[in-house]
Ligand binder design. Sequence first.
Ligand SMILES: *Cc1c(COP(=O)(O)O)cnc(C)c1O
Length: 518
Amino acid sequence: MSAFERDPDDVLAELEALLLADAPTHGGRVLSYVYDSGLPELDELAARAARLVQAVNGLDPTTFTSVAAMESAVVGFARRVFHGDAAEVGASEAGADDVVVGSVTSGGTESCLLAVKTARDVWRVARAGTTRTPRIVAPTTVHAAFHKAAHYFGLELDLVPVEPATGAPPPAAIEDRLGDDVALVVLSAPSYPFATLDPIADVAAITASRGIALHVDACIGGFALAFWPDDLPHWDFRVPGVTSLSADLHKYGYAPKGVSVLLTRGRDRQRHQYFATTDWPGYPVVNPTMAGSKPAGPLAAAWAITRVLGHDGFAELTSQAASATRELREVIDATEGLRIVGAPTGPLFAVAVDDRVPVDRRVDPHHWADAAREAGWHVQLQPGRIQSDGTRLPHTTHFTVTPVTDAVVGELAGALVDAAERVRGVPAVDGRELVAGLAAQLPGGSEALSAASAGIDSDGAAALLRAFGLLGGDGAGGAGGALPDRMAPVLALVEALPGPLTERLLIELLARVVEPRD
Ligand SMILES: *Cc1c(COP(=O)(O)O)cnc(C)c1O
């Protein structure tokens, strides 16, 4: 007598069929979202480690002591990598205030959320429980996770324009925004959109002298920059004013999704990250992170990977990513009509149109990305935007280069050059024209669109998405949730429509994609 209604092999075959429709996670054809070491044996190691702890509950490291041992080791590894060891930060003289401690979290977003929550609570306590709204000061290039943190935890996010030429914020512009209501300044190492290594030491000197916390978001690049072959300015705990740092093990730590570290300088500061309550009839709750019950699998995978690779293994993988990055940047630099934005550091960069060449020689980066995708290479489109000082950040194509890229870099470079030739001289999609054209076809005309901007319900949003060709008639997104063939017009819509309307439409799209079909 079996409890099974279906044969497990059949169900797994069904899953394999579903996976065939995904973008490929291995082989270097997707240059965002996935971080492929190129070592199948490392993936196998991660899978075996995760399987061993499958039934363990990470909620309680006193019941499941393996979790405490692995977390301590992973935090220790990260602390060495980011120069937060006692000897390096002089903790023995300075006492508990300078000890770097940390937590393993479920990912970069959770690390960033917790860095903000911690800073907010430290700020509040120092002001005797004030009810004022605290502020985060950060460059416009700061990751969206900090927009989310401000939204979740009730802080104001004060965005400082970056210089379009460099992608970096001038330290003086950050200094101008500081005040008693600032709970946290955030800089990136490097930023996601343009891979800028923000001026961390310069800003830290300012924030430290005013007693303001400084978080370094090294979520994407931390585990690559730490092993980068070129000399870089200090950006980690070697910089005295850095109070916390986030780095994702599920990016350049090559672990499966669901693992990141948040390191904090000072035990007392870090204790504000925790939530504890005994004020209910159940078990006492003490959580350093957001979840209650949580998996130990991603932690175990990261633990195993860091132990097996060690410092030298990370350095070797990083050198492969660095070499592929150098080669791609050279090819793109030599391609008329395209240019690399700013001065990227690490294994990522963004590409914009080079408008110093005649119009008919220019390459629009979004048409270019669509052309590359036709050839099987997935690069990510980023919208342009106007900053609060009126300067314009161009629309770009983003590349995240991983060790496996090195194995396919010649093929990729050739495809990128071909793609540029195919779209050379084709003007960028005009978002405003596109919106006007679509609005004219709506039953209520352009007034329907203005009305929608003021607020729409779920059916209204779905109707607009259908009019824009982004939602199938049955409510499913596109072709069963897949992206449209060309992303350039979609990004042009994102740029041209009012932000709140775009956000509402995207919510509708993503919500409809997961609605049950039957
Ligand atoms: C990826 C990323 C994050 C958020 O990380 P998730 O793991 O996607 O939650 C935060 N900051 C930067 C710079 C990132 O690239």
